[in-house]
Write a protein that binds this ligand. Structure first.
Ligand code: KG4
Ligand code: ZN
Length: 362
């Protein structure tokens, strides 16, 4: 049996969780506490790093205590502490990793420094017991990537954004239209009563031989359309949101279907290949429906873990710790590990110029 305490503080959620794996049984999430800082940041229209770091300092001890209490386990019953060590906002990473180091030292437990993206990448094995290899689409406020997940610690990035992350494009569109933060859910809500055919926005990269994403041109097109018809009525806002969402779904679908074909080519023997989605944008119903349809057409299983585990949480960090321990590839003692604000999952693929984590989130 392995029981791991996970800690996540890379952006604006303070989270702790205890996950356990016993023999061949399915893993169990014994507790999963997530404290969102949305209210602290809402007045500023985005995550303010200094406020985030201070809020983590204030909340983390209590969140860890609550996660232990909820799990019914004592610190002595925990086999290892796993903390997000990057990528993310460095202030928050320092708070989480230092706290984890202190607990590990005081309780004589091994410490695992976890890459936040690995947490997202392995979640489908926690929730659905998915076998390697599979394809991951990560669409959050800070990342837009397609990753071939081949094994624990074995990831290959097939596509990334060359400018804005998709969640960031939603958030900026919302801001331009005067919708509140966070933008994604509000754009989706407004789009529900809009006409998606009123504006024809560009589908960036559609049909391109380069596999990557781009959203900044779309954002500019939205700004120009909004300026041209200002002042905006509620119906105008709804129509822009619906047209934006249609363009995004179309562009995303094109990129993903390219990756599904590549997966077929690279893993021809894989029966029932799967596409997993992670990240906050995966909550969007139009995007989800587009991906579902694509998967059905291409003979892929579509796996969308529950939203609570798709967005930032500590259960995925604890789980990544368990996977590393089980695979025997954990750094046995990460007490010297320095937090990394940038930490690509795939060290082989070259970083994109002008891209990467431009938003606050990982
Ligand atoms: O995964 P997440 O909670 O945090 C990280 O970025 O790590 O993702 C947050 C992002 C935000 O940009 C938010 O606007 C977007 O996900 N989002 C959505 C929806 N819900 C959240 N975007 C589009 N439609 C939604 N329903
Ligand atoms: Zn994340």
């Amino acid at each position: 049996m392995i029981r791991v305490l996970g800690i996540e503080t890379s952006c604006d959620e303070t989270a702790a969780s205890v996950v356990t794996l016993e023999g061949d049984a399915a893993p169990k999430i014994l507790s999963n506490i997530v404290l969102s800082q949305i209210e602290e940041h809402a007045a500023f229209g985005g995550v303010v790093p200094e406020i985030a770091a201070r809020a983590h300092v204030e909340a983390l001890d209590g969140i860890i205590e609550a996660a232990l209490a909820d799990s019914g386990a004592k610190l002595a019953d925990i086999d290892a502490i796993a903390a997000t060590a990057g990528p993310g906002l460095v202030g928050g990473l320092i708070v989480g990793l230092m706290t984890a180091k202190a607990i590990a030292a005081a309780a004589h437990k091994p410490l695992l420094a976890i890459n936040h993206l690995e947490g997202h990448a392995l979640t489908a094995r926690l929730t659905d017991g998915l076998e390697f290899p599979y394809l991951l689409l990560l669409v959050s406020g800070g990342h837009t990537q397609i990753v071939a997940v081949r094994g624990v610690g074995d990831y290959q990035r097939w596509a990334t954004t060359i400018d804005d992350a998709l969640g960031e494009a939603f958030d900026k569109t919302a801001k331009m239209l005067g919708l509140p933060y966070p933008g994604g859910p509000n754009v989706e809500k407004a789009a529900a009563s809009g006409d998606s055919t009123r504006f024809t926005f560009p589908r960036p990269m559609k049909g391109s031989a380069q596999p990557d994403f781009s959203f900044s041109g779309l954002k500019t097109a939205v700004r120009q359309a909004a300026r041209a018809i200002a002042p905006l009525s509620d119906q105008d806002v709804a129509d822009i949101c619906a047209s934006f969402q249609a363009a995004v779904a179309d562009a995303l679908g094109d990129r993903v279907s390219r990756a599904l074909s590549r997966f077929r080519q690279e893993f021809p023997g894989k029966a029932e290949p799967a596409l997993v989605v992670a990240g906050g944008v995966a909550a969007n119903r139009t995007i989800k429906a587009t991906l579902e349809a694509l998967c059905a057409e291409a003979g892929f299983q579509f796996v969308a873990p529950p939203l609570k585990l798709c967005t930032d949480n500590a259960a995925m960090i604890a789980w990544a710790g368990i996977e590393r321990l089980r695979a025997g590839i954990a750094q046995e003692n990460a007490t010297d590990f320095v937090p990394r604000s940038r930490w690509p999952l795939d060290s082989v693929s070259a970083p994109m110029i002008g891209s990467g984590r431009r938003g606050a989130k990982a």
